[in-house]
Design a protein around this ligand. Structure first.
Ligand code: PHE
Length: 454
């Protein structure tokens, strides 16, 4: 049950919507490799650390961090880590909900047969008609936030967790069907080549043509984005996994759970990439076309495959479900804190935090229409881009590193050894080495370089 709930949090828009479009924007294969290395060397060890802290603290992240710090005679300021997580969750959900709203809108477009026989231009127009309209986006964003608050308020969580049990495998099977379709597009090889061939030169070098000569410079950006995405896709660094860890029974294996969650999460992302890029190349689309990528490619497949209307509807329903289970975990740290520390009822806590998230989300709604012009951009980024960059690439890795430092340096060796109960001493030593040295160093080196501090 714990694995299912945590996998429900991990598998979401990050895998099916975000992974393909950032892979497309960052040149493909080498980016995918960096992402996989980050999952293995940073994501899995930090997930183990975060679950462990949650299970020891057994409270909402803010109180868990404060209690654990107090128990070890450390500064209560560690509670701030919980606060940063609450803030990150609220900010992420504010745009996550807008994108989930797109998926919700597409359930009805697919169901009504609007994709049937469409070409690339038709699909592009359909997408443009949705994101160009602030009213439509606001309406779908509101519906999705309402759905999220409903579950969080009632704690129907149980029901939803049971649903995850069969919806998740269904999503997996449907992704396989999509990959099967992609095999017949005639560009499957090209898609796989894009995803899995290393072209380090292109990825690491940001090239510019100045006065007719091409000047290339080493760029840390793609590495920062790959690393940030490892945190985002595994729901790490903001307390979501800590909350689930607090429900985990003492005897369950933290390492096994972490590895299973990472495997499930990564497979869904890779399948999404294998389904989407062949369609991109077969239709002469642009891999780096941004956040609309899946909404401009998959409808082409549904519009031309047998039973496409049915599969299309089912796909977007499952995508909404996947986003829903992630959204709940994004807001849970905030709600849990309001209930524990402020004495709010769950209903009141959900409404208060949900309304704040909804309001911030309006900035993202406008990023795709009213505020998409250059005069509304900061560092060339829209409100949505800025929020995504700040949360996924800065706040989550920072939160993750603090969790790693806490678990690796401040908690006693005996305590973590006892919690993790790894089958082999060498495994424990490896974990401890990764969280003590590799994770903090890697995150700081990548972050400071990419932000231009070095
Ligand atoms: N992991 C989720 C996804 O990939 C997003 C998420 C991030 C959820 C952080 C909770 C915490 O869609």
């Amino acid at each position: 049950m714990f694995i299912l709930a945590a996998a429900g949090s991990a598998v979401g828009l990050g895998n099916i919507w975000k992974f393909p479009y950032i892979t497309g924007e960052n040149g493909g294969g080498a980016f995918v490799l960096m992402y996989l290395v980050c999952i293995l060397a940073i994501g899995i060890p930090i997930m183990m650390a975060e679950i462990m802290l949650g299970r020891r603290g057994r409270k909402s992240p803010i109180n868990t961090m404060r209690d654990l710090a107090a128990a070890d005679g450390l500064n209560p300021a560690w509670g701030l880590l919980g606060w940063m997580g609450v803030l990150a969750g609220v900010l992420i959900l504010s745009y996550y909900s807008v994108i989930a709203g797109w998926a919700l809108a597409y359930v009805f477009r697919a169901g009504a047969g609007l994709f049937n026989g469409l070409d690339a231009k038709g699909v592009g127009d359909l997408f443009g008609g949705l994101v160009g309209s602030p009213e439509k986006l606001l309406a779908w964003h509101s519906i999705f936030m309402f759905m999220t608050m409903l579950v969080v308020a009632q704690g129907v969580k149980n029901g939803l967790e049971k649903a995850v049990r069969w919806l998740m495998p269904m999503l997996f099977v449907l992704m396989l069907v999509m990959v099967g379709y992609a095999m017949n597009t005639g560009a499957f090889d090209k898609g796989l080549d894009f995803l899995f061939s290393m072209r380090f030169g292109e990825v690491f070098h940001a090239c510019e043509t100045i006065d007719g000569t091409q000047i290339c410079e080493f760029s840390w950006q793609p590495l920062l984005i790959a690393m940030g995405h490892a945190f985002f896709t595994l729901s790490l660094g903001m307390g979501a996994i800590m909350v689930y860890g607090s429900y985990m029974p003492k005897r369950a294996s933290i390492a096994a759970a972490s590895i299973w969650i990472a495997i499930a999460d990564t497979s869904v992302a890779l399948l999404a990439g294998m389904a989407i890029f062949p369609i991109v190349f077969a239709n002469g689309l642009e891999p780096g076309s941004g956040p609309g990528l899946i909404f401009q490619t998959l409808p082409l497949a549904f519009g031309h495959m047998p039973y496409g209307q049915l599969f299309g509807t089912l796909f977007f329903v499952l995508l909404v479900f996947a986003a829903w289970t992630s959204a709940i975990s994004l807001i849970e740290p905030a709600v849990a804190w309001l209930v524990e520390n402020r004495g709010y009822s769950r209903l009141r806590a959900s409404v208060v935090s949900g309304v704040i998230v909804w309001l911030v989300g309006i900035g993202t709604v406008f990023s795709f229409n009213l505020w998409s012009g250059d005069q509304y951009k900061l560092f060339g980024k829209t409100f949505f881009d800025l929020l995504d960059f700040l949360t996924a690439n800065i706040m989550l890795p920072l939160g993750g590193v603090l969790i790693a430092i806490f678990a690796g340096w401040l908690m006693s060796r005996a305590a973590s050894e006892d919690e993790l109960k790894l089958a082999h001493p060498a495994l424990y030593v490896t974990w401890r080495f990764l969280v003590r040295f590799i994770t903090p160093l890697a995150v700081f080196i990548v972050m400071l370089n990419a932000l231009g501090v070095f």
